[in-house]
Each structure stands twice: as structure tokens, then as C-alpha cells.
Design a protein around this ligand. Structure first.
Ligand code: HEM
Length: 83
């Protein structure tokens, strides 16, 4: 049967918090932001602040106008299941 989209736990998410392996959550979706690291206009260290955790609030505080869904479409890992 169809397995459905990948579900990512907070435990799994927390493993991906380094520059070379960074995931974040934006609006309930988990993204691999590693390929974007070198292109972020705000720099790597700022982007890393949302690595391994839910970055939704931080992202909205800094640039709510940025269309992350379009930008990170190819970086989608799955859905966040926070437990
Ligand atoms: C700038 C994307 C996460 C801080 C930008 C810009 C984009 C972008 C497209 C340029 C915006 C513009 O000029 O209008 C992203 C994406 C993120 C992310 C896709 C997550 C996946 C973060 C986080 C922080 C941050 C977590 C801070 C903790 C900044 C800052 C700038 C910026 C300070 C302004 C840089 C400047 O113009 O000097 N980001 N960002 N970003 N971002 Fe992010």
C-alpha cells in the first residue's frame, strides 16, 4: 500500500543541526536546508539558528514576506510530527 509522505519526529529533526546536515521545520513541513546554506542572504550562522528545530517563529520574525514554500520545494523532506 502507499506509505504516504515521510513523517519526521522532533527526535529525528534534532539530529540535523550542523552546517553540513541541517533540517528545519517551516509551517509544519520539514526541509533540508543544507543546499541553501551558502546562498542565504542573511548568512550561514543566522540560518543555522533554525537548524534541528522548528524555525517557523524565527523565520516569521525575520522575513515573513519570503516565499519559503517555492524556494525550498526541492528540499522538502516530509511532515513534522512533534512528539
Ligand atoms: C535574508 C531566506 C532563515 C535571517 C533572507 C532573504 C531570503 C532568506 C530570501 C532575503 C530577503 C530579502 O532581501 O527580502 C531564508 C530562508 C530561511 C531563512 C529560506 C529558512 C529556511 C533565516 C533565519 C534567520 C534569518 C532562521 C535568523 C535567525 C536573515 C537576515 C536576513 C535574511 C538577518 C537579511 C540579510 C540582509 O539583507 O542583510 N533570508 N532565511 N533567515 N535572513 Fe533569512
Amino acid at each position: 500500500s502507499f506509505p504516504g509522505p515521510l513523517r519526521v519526529s522532533s527526535e529525528e529533526l534534532a539530529k540535523h543541526k550542523s552546517k553540513d546536515d541541517a533540517w528545519t521545520v517551516l509551517g509544519g513541513k520539514v526541509y533540508n536546508i543544507t543546499p541553501y546554506m551558502e546562498y542565504h542572504p542573511g548568512g550561514e550562522s543566522e540560518l543555522l539558528r533554525c537548524a534541528g528545530r522548528d524555525g517557523t517563529k524565527l523565520f516569521q520574525l525575520t522575513h515573513a514576506w519570503v516565499n519559503y514554500e517555492v524556494m525550498l520545494d526541492k528540499c522538502l523532506v516530509g511532515f513534522y510530527v512533534p512528539h
